[in-house]
Design a protein around this ligand. Structure first.
Ligand SMILES: Nc1ncnc2c1ncn2[C@@H]1O[C@H](COP(=O)(O)OP(=O)(O)O)[C@@H](O)[C@H]1O
Ligand SMILES: [Mg+2]
Length: 308
């Protein structure tokens, strides 16, 4: 359905994307997860044909996003980082304009716009000027313009950024509703959001894809992860952590103080990981300052991949 083939992008000396390839299957909800500056917006702008890659290409429904933008975009709605809103228009005027741009037939526009406003919870705001909408409703208006023409594919760049908790919940519910029967790609820097909404996750870090997996695979049922902080420097403890029985890998996280070590320890299941860590710490006379069993496996993976 959507594909990036070996896409790289530079801005002058900044390499924003490095050889990114990915496929989005029809009907899936792909969460593009990454910290600020990871390259999410660049990737989505290339995917939607709004930005040229330095190398590689983006294909949507078999059309090259850059060479055949009209065909490629016919099936695609995009909520960019800065949605193109016109403050001087009412919600209804704006959406009718957007529907016209998206090629909805003239006679069908009023009913179509009513439907889109209904779906996005904007119906009561139809006569309100865009410039007078709250941030949450502005975001809905951005979502609504992306939905004009009823595209099969929706691409949303950080749809919940800058919203308050209630608005975030509402936008997430809307994304969930929209995901039935559509293919959605959205970016986020919030792990739990991706976990809640997505069938696939791609982790982007400094312009590179570090993980690309169905959400089901992300929950590794054979692994248990401990997050711990020990009162000893890495140089003293790390080797011993790696040698603990049952440990699959250890990734050291930024620690608050130089004489402390924070690490994620992935154990094979049924290895009584806490008991082994306690035994090690007590034999070395090192205090355990924090210990938690992390069930949040996407978080573990996220921390692991961006730590390298
Ligand atoms: N127009 C631009 N000119 C120069 N550098 C840019 C431009 N747009 C983005 N960048 C840089 O490219 C990197 C990726 O940015 P971006 O794609 O916006 O990431 P994200 O959306 O994940 O925050 C960052 O280092 C950013 O500073
Ligand atoms: Mg961005």
């Amino acid at each position: 359905m959507i594909e990036l083939q070996n896409v790289s992008r530079r801005y002058g000396s900044v390499q924003a994307l490095k050889n990114v390839s990915l496929k989005v299957e029809k009907g899936s909800v792909l969460g593009l997860l990454g910290q600020n500056g990871a390259g999410k917006t660049t990737l989505l702008n290339i995917l939607t044909g709004y930005l040229a890659p330095t190398e590689g290409r983006a294909m949507i429904g078999g059309f090259d996003a850059l060479m055949e933008p009209a065909q490629a975009r016919r099936h695609l709605g995009y909520l960019p980082e800065q949605p193109p809103l016109y403050d001087e228009m009412t919600v209804r005027e704006y959406l009718r304009f957007a529907a016209e741009l998206r090629g909805v037939e003239k006679h069908a526009i009023p009913a179509h716009v009513e439907e889109v406003m209904e779906l996005t919870g904007l119906a009561e705001m139809r006569s309100r000027m865009i410039g007078h909408l709250s941030k949450g409703y502005r975001q809905r208006a951005g979502m609504a313009q992306a939905l004009c023409g009823d595209p099969e594919v929706l691409v949303l760049d950080e749809p919940t950024v800058g919203l308050d908790p209630k608005q975030i919940t509402e936008i997430r519910a809307l994304i969930r509703k929209l995901s039935y029967g559509r293919t959605i790609v959205f970016s986020s820097h919030i792990l739990s959001e991706v976990q809640q909404l997505c069938s696939h996750v791609v982790i982007l870090d400094r312009g590179e894809v570090k993980l690309d997996a169905p959400m089901a695979n992300v929950h590794d049922p054979d692994e248990v992860t401990l997050l711990c902080t020990l009162g000893a420097p890495e140089s003293r403890i790390l080797r011993h952590l790696r040698e603990l029985e049952g440990v699959k890998h250890v990734s050291v996280q930024p620690a608050a103080q130089a004489d402390q070590t924070t690490a994620l320890l992935a154990f094979r299941k049924q290895q009584e990981p806490e008991r082994r860590l306690f035994a090690l710490a007590s034999s070395m006379n090192i205090p355990i300052l924090h210990l938690s069993r992390s069930e949040d496996s996407l978080e573990q993976i996220f921390l692991k991949v961006i730590a390298n």
